[in-house]
Design a protein around this ligand. Structure first.
Ligand code: HPA
Length: 247
């Protein structure tokens, strides 16, 4: 069964036939929402709303460990994480879709490992390639089959939020090599790695990052909502295609 973590603009999987909503308890506390089990295009799926069903949990307060632990209990074949991002590059425009291949982590004070506590051995997971190659390729193939344009390589900068960045911070992220910026990619990706769950992301460009493009003077929040609404239709289509591509 594939698992989907939905971010801003994706709190529900509308076309999903819901079989069950299950509140799962974990040693790390409560996940952001009940897990939604059901079928999409006849294929099993589990969905979790990262920011809660009512979109009330800000990025720095998401219980990433509880979310990943709860999903692991469903033994998913993989996790596709959907998240809005700001674009640092002029050629990645609002509404575009991106499959990132690398991460730079600027978050702080988030619980970013399962390997801590008095009885836990010190553990260092390999994170050279933070996203699962096969899952990334499946997302790309589904998009290609639908003739939906996606960028299949991008460096994702994970910032702490919940505020947006300053223009100078975006300049620094660009100098560091980042292409897109978001607030939820970490520690989600590394926790999936610690649990050995294949994990990949579909980033939806919601806006130009601070100081770039039409965000030169300010980022317009109303425009973000409109862009996300439109682009999420494509995300739905890609995930449906992924699920049925073995037909
Ligand atoms: N910065 C950080 N996170 C984001 C942005 C942004 O500009 N847009 C959507 N998520």
């Amino acid at each position: 069964m594939l698992a989907i973590i939905g971010g801003s603009g994706l709190t529900r999987f509308v076309r999903m036939e819901v079989a069950e909503r299950r509140q799962v308890a974990t040693p790390y506390g409560d996940p952001s929402a009940a897990l939604t089990f059901g079928h999409l295009c006849g294929r099993p799926l589990v969905f979790l709303a990262r920011h809660g069903d009512e979109h009330t949990i800000p990025p720095h307060q998401v219980n990433y460990r509880a979310n990943l632990w709860a999903l692991r209990m469903c033994a998913p074949v993989g996790i596709v994480a959907v998240a809005a991002v700001g674009s640092i590059r002029s050629d990645l425009r609002p509404g575009d879709l991106v499959i990132p291949h690398q991460i730079i982590d600027y978050t702080w004070a988030r619980h970013s490992t399962f390997h801590e506590g008095p009885h836990s051995a010190v553990t260092h997971v390999d994170f050279t390639e933070p996203y699962d190659f096969v899952l990334r390729r499946q997302i790309g193939a589904a998009a290609a089959a639908l003739e939906i344009r996606v960028s299949d390589e991008a460096v994702y900068a994970a910032t702490q939020g919940p505020r947006l960045e300053t223009a100078a911070e975006i300049n620094r992220l660009e100098r560091d090599g980042a292409d897109v910026v978001g607030m939820t990619g970490m520690p989600e990706a590394v926790l999936a790695r610690e649990l050995a769950i294949p994990y990949a992301a579909i980033n939806v460009v919601a806006n130009y990052a601070a100081g770039r493009g039409d965000s030169r003077e300010a980022i317009c929040m109303d425009a973000i909502h409109t862009v996300l609404e439109g682009a999420m239709q494509q995300v739905h289509a890609i995930i449906e295609k992924m699920l049925t591509s073995d037909d």
